[in-house]
Design a protein around this ligand. Structure first.
Ligand SMILES: [Fe+2]
Ligand SMILES: [Fe+2]
Length: 529
């Protein structure tokens, strides 16, 4: 079935120019172009700042603004970070911004963070401009630029403040769009690219969410011959969406790159400025939270607790319990906050999987995270690592077994009360060349990594130890479609009633944003205020 996605709930900003019109008709670009071409100062904002946008590449040509993308700050209603990167040093990196009607009246200087890739010895410079004190539920236009190059333009809509409808999307395990594997074995599949990694970006943009959660394994640079090009290609592919809406990431095992920082995440930490969680500098950005409407999103890095050896180095336990302590206090404060109804966790490795011959589920997550998810009634977990889509029943508690099998509290129906149990979604069909939708056990079974053995030369890592168990929590498995994502539409509901999230799993099945609906279900819980 092919279905046209419905327009997002955030269609009509206060400015009177709809977001869709801005994006699909190029109204923002037209605004800028007209301004530059004919008396641009007035259209572009204050006379003092207008001409600074009118930069021309100098004779030598500075590197362009590469991989323009956004992140929300801790309060998505008021804070946004604009980021781009170069390998050359640049002068005066800055963002000019304003509203569609007022123009680019405000200039914000960017701060530059760098990392040096240990494999290529290339230094990457990532420029981050923090736009704060924004108005909720409002469209902004911006231009990112540094001296000697042309500005790159984008728009962003801030989150509504309080209980309002909003849409977000989620998937993981994307890689980069390439047909190289079909034409040139030199380029091969060393970084797991496929054409679907491009198609999914088009599809996300078609759905126009307020933000997109990226559930780890972004581009597989740690497998690539050329890590820098792989990151660059990933941002080049996704900037056509991520410059208009934040793509908020969780770090996966393939963000762990040998030699890049003390635990391998220096590239990931440089490319993204996520909300601060007061962690040590070396661990900055690996876990964080932000609020959009009545939803608190918590992003975790599961390599800290997983037994599986999945990155370029084995870093189990790297935070010394710091991430778990932060998670518990974060969950407690979310549940104590009367403005928050929904607690959603975005992470990479999974506590559930019914696929064989893939990574499986990890006991470390079940031991360390799931008791906290139970205690604080986490509503929804989105993850990846397994390259397919599947859904659990709401689960609460664990069997008294070696694998701590999650216990389903309901086993039927498509309206799920998440105050009774947490729903886990594996959404790992983001675009890699190695989908696992054809690898499901015929009857639901789960391979659980319960530990690791010695380093195995044949696989180049510590060998996982598996226990296979029944999977009574299994609710839905998509064996038909290798690629897809989920859209979540939050309905705040009436005071004193229930709030809900309608979830739609879309399969991505071609270019031009071609999708079809595979399954829909609704999460519901009593509204807090
Ligand atoms: Fe993956
Ligand atoms: Fe992974």
């Amino acid at each position: 079935m092919v279905e046209d996605p419905q327009p997002s709930a955030d269609e009509a900003p206060a400015s009177g120019i709809s977001r869709r019109r801005l994006l699909t008709t190029g109204a923002a670009t037209t605004l800028v172009g007209a301004g530059l071409g004919a008396g641009g100062v007035a259209l572009l904002g204050s006379p003092g700042h207008g001409p600074s946008l009118w930069t021309r590449p100098n004779q030598r040509g500075a590197q362009p603004v590469g991989g323009l993308h956004l992140q929300f700050g801790k309060d998505a209603a008021t804070d946004v970070v604009v980021s781009w990167h170069t390998t050359d040093p640049v002068r005066n990196p800055r963002v000019m911004m304003g509203t569609p009607t007022s123009g680019f009246g405000r200039t914000v200087q960017a701060e530059t963070r760098t990392y040096r890739d240990a494999k290529s010895n290339t230094e990457v410079r990532v420029h981050h401009a923090r736009l704060d004190r924004l108005a909720p539920d409002t469209d902004y236009v911006y231009a990112a630029v540094h001296d000697g190059t042309n500005p790159e333009l984008g728009t962003v809509r801030t989150a509504p403040s309080g209980r309002s409808p909003l849409r977000f999307t989620s998937f993981g395990d994307q890689a980069i769009p390439t047909q190289g594997q079909f034409t040139n074995p030199i380029y091969g599949i060393h970084n797991l690219g496929s054409p679907a990694a491009g198609d999914i970006t088009t599809a996300i943009e078609r759905l126009a969410p307020l933000f997109n959660l990226v559930n780890g394994d972004l581009c597989y640079a740690n497998l690539a011959h050329d890590r820098i090009r792989t990151w660059s290609d990933w941002f080049d592919n996704n900037t056509r969406s991520a410059r208009y809406r934040p793509w908020m990431p969780a770090a996966g095992n393939h963000e762990n790159e040998l030699g890049n920082g003390p635990i391998g995440y220096a590239a990931y930490q440089a490319y993204f400025t996520v909300p601060d969680s007061a962690s040590d500098g070396e661990l900055r950005g690996l876990w964080y939270s932000f609020t959009a409407g009545s939803v608190r999103i918590i992003s975790l890095n599961n390599d800290d607790v997983c037994f599986q050896d999945g990155g370029n180095s084995y870093i189990h336990g790297y935070s010394g319990g710091a991430q778990k302590r932060w998670l518990e206090s974060e969950l407690a404060s979310a549940r104590a906050d009367k403005r928050i109804d929904w607690v959603v966790v975005c992470m990479h490795q999974t506590a559930i999987s019914t696929a064989d011959h893939t990574n499986g589920a990890d006991l470390g997550i079940r031991q360390e995270w799931l008791p906290l998810f139970d205690r604080y009634q986490v509503d929804l977990v989105v993850c990846g690592h397994e390259h397919h889509y599947e859904r659990s029943h709401p689960v609460r508690g664990a069997q008294d077994a070696e694998t701590k099998t999650p216990i389903p509290v309901e086993d039927h129906g498509d309206v799920i009360d998440t105050s009774k149990g947490t729903v886990h979604l594996v959404i790992g069909g983001g675009g890699t060349s190695t989908p696992s939708n054809a690898l499901f056990f015929p009857q639901p079974r789960c391979r659980v990594v319960t530990g690791i053995g010695a380093f195995d030369d044949a696989i180049g890592r510590k060998a996982p130890i598996y226990v296979v168990e029944e999977a009574p929590w299994s609710a839905f498995r998509d064996s038909q479609n290798p690629y897809g994502f989920v859209a979540f539409d939050v309905d705040p509901g009436p005071p004193g009633g229930n709030t809900s999230i309608k979830a739609t799993h879309y399969a991505v099945n071609g270019p031009y944003g071609s999708v079809n609906v595979v399954e829909q279900f609704t999460l519901t819980r009593p509204r807090g205020g």
